[in-house]
Write a protein of this length. Structure first.
Length: 187
């Protein structure tokens, strides 16, 4: 071994200096990794909560355009909720929109709402005459084939939507029951 090898007279870098430059402080190199995993964790939690909320609202039926009317033929139907019904609307009899042949429709409707919701009950009592007129106009604007039994679910949805948007403010209708829905041809 010569003296020039130990002193590095030629100007080459020593291997010890390169290893010191690569090595940083412990917290400085660990901080970006911790922040990266924290951001991934927060993003995952936000995604899971969003999916859960959307699924819950969809299954509960509170989403926009959804209705509490259930198809009795659906294999996914569980126990139906118990509602209180407003039964003070008398029989509505009117002519349909058909011109030839002419049809008459006779309807008895019960309006379902949540059992403990007294606001709906009192509001329906106050609006009894308006409800009668609404139902008379509603059925007078329909054709006889639109009132067929296979269209009852769609009719109920439409009636609930109109009642909830046009008549009731904080309270909501949950169900419509057609106690009687007779369509008769007039000769």
């Amino acid at each position: 071994m010569s003296d020039s090898d130990e002193l590095d007279i030629d100007g080459d870098e020593s291997p010890d200096l390169g290893s010191k430059q690569k090595k940083k402080g412990g917290l400085g190199s660990l901080l970006p990794t911790i922040l990266k995993f924290a951001a991934i964790g927060i993003g995952a939690i936000i995604f899971i909560v969003t999916v859960c909320v959307i699924t819950y609202n969809f299954m509960r039926g509170d989403g926009v355009g959804s209705s509490p009317i259930h198809d009795p033929q659906s294999p996914y139907i569980g126990r139906l909720p118990v509602f209180s019904y407003y039964t003070e609307i008398p029989t509505i009899t009117t002519s349909t929109r058909d011109s030839t042949p002419r049809y008459t429709v006779s309807v008895v409707i019960h309006i379902g709402y949540d059992q403990n919701d007294t606001a709906v009950s009192s509001e329906l009592n106050f609006r009894r005459s308006q409800l009668q007129e609404f139902f008379r106009r509603y059925f007078a604007g329909k054709m006889a084939h639109e009132l067929a039994p296979e269209n009852e679910v769609a009719l109920k949805r439409e009636i609930i939507e109109q009642l909830n948007t046009r008549f009731l403010d904080p309270a909501k209708i949950r169900d419509i029951a057609f106690v009687k829905l007779d369509i008769m041809e007039v000769f």
